[in-house]
Design a protein around this ligand. Sequence first.
Ligand SMILES: Cc1cc2nc3c(=O)[nH]c(=O)nc-3n(C[C@H](O)[C@H](O)[C@H](O)COP(=O)(O)OP(=O)(O)OC[C@H]3O[C@@H](n4cnc5c(N)ncnc54)[C@H](O)[C@@H]3O)c2cc1C
Length: 418
Amino acid sequence: MRAAGDLVLGELSATAAAWPAGEADHVDGVPARLVAAPSTTDEAAAVMRIAAQHGLAVVPRGTGTKLTWGRPPERADLVLDTRRMDRIVEHRAGDLVVHVQAGARLDAVQEHLAPAGQRLGISPVLPPGAGPGTAGGVIATAATGPLRLSHGAVRDLLIGITLVRADGTVAKAGGKVVKNVAGYDLGKLLTGSWGTLGLVTEAVFRLHPLPRAARWVVVGVASAADAHDKVQRVVHSQVVASALELDRPAGDPAALAVLVEGIPEGVDGRVRTLLDLLGGDATAAGEPPAWWCHAPWAAGEVALRLTHEIAGLPRLLDAVDDTARRCGLRAAVRGSAGVGVLHAGIPAVPGAVPAFVARLRELSPSWSGDVVVLDAPPRVKTALDVWGPVRGLTLMRRVKDQFDPARLMAPGRFAGGI
Ligand SMILES: Cc1cc2nc3c(=O)[nH]c(=O)nc-3n(C[C@H](O)[C@H](O)[C@H](O)COP(=O)(O)OP(=O)(O)OC[C@H]3O[C@@H](n4cnc5c(N)ncnc54)[C@H](O)[C@@H]3O)c2cc1C
């Protein structure tokens, strides 16, 4: 067995940086055998071909901020680390387009773009203690934060993608090269695919001008109905907010924060309108609240994603309160109330968590949304259906069969064993 491992490592090392996996390379408790870190799409394709020949299950890894999200993979023979694929390939400022390798960190991309007065409109949600993720990781988890209200979801900003399929085939779509896998919009497919369809190696994103001024208006929220009322007032106003975020810590007063961006004079006027509109204790500041862009769970807690239609917000918040009371848990809720994607954190109490999730799913039709467990400590996760009912599973299975018939890409990570 060991000799076989050495043989594969030898083959991998001839194509890319590769080394035996250690404890730090475990994927959500699943031990890995090998790590490879290619630096180009071609190297990545060679690594994937070797992995396929030896039947190795591959789990892609960026900075690892969300590597424990989803179900643990059935196997993680090879961790494909994108840290050496971190180049900004091309920034075409005139076209408002950037082409990056998948391992490029989002903070580095933003730093590169800022001198040209541009940004990538993705503001991820950071788990506790985590730094910014990579372009590939953000695509794979479809994780966007506050700016989604004004800039859209990850898939809306992604205009080109290069990926390596499980058998080592390179596929490209959009951007400058149009060499597609017939019939599929690869960018949309790979967004939210959790590493189960292929390895993203490069991405082309559309950019936006960096606003010259930004201010946050923060107002207290007394109840679920009050949150709904204030969200509706902002959404239906002429203010055109860049982001609209709710923060409801367990047991502490809740707040709504509205980000307004643009030219200084315009921003001042819109802030005055917002202060009038929201009234009460609304205040304006030049800095975001401390919780902005941070997930509402603490390390070791259970992390949930709660989606809702905008009008369903009060029913969702009431259901969370009611369910938490019944299950004897405290629930912190935070997120983009203006687009209907909230996150919640609850303590990892083994018996109570499955009851909490099941009850919330029962109630979810009333706010037209889903309850997904993003992350939980292993002892809690094993007792949970983390994905819950997922629409379109038959279609997803068919896509998986086409992209990865041997089930080598992060097998079992996704709903329905995908
Ligand atoms: C094997 C596979 C095949 C797929 N095939 C298709 C396809 O043919 N057509 C298609 O439109 N999409 C497909 N998807 C899903 C798609 O890639 C993303 O889930 C979707 O684009 C995420 O969009 P979003 O960022 O707007 O999600 P969000 O706004 O973050 O979420 C929108 C809703 O989708 C749910 N959701 C988001 N991501 C996932 C996920 N990865 N798994 C389960 N639920 C999720 C959320 O809970 C929420 O209810 C497939 C995914 C996989 C893994």
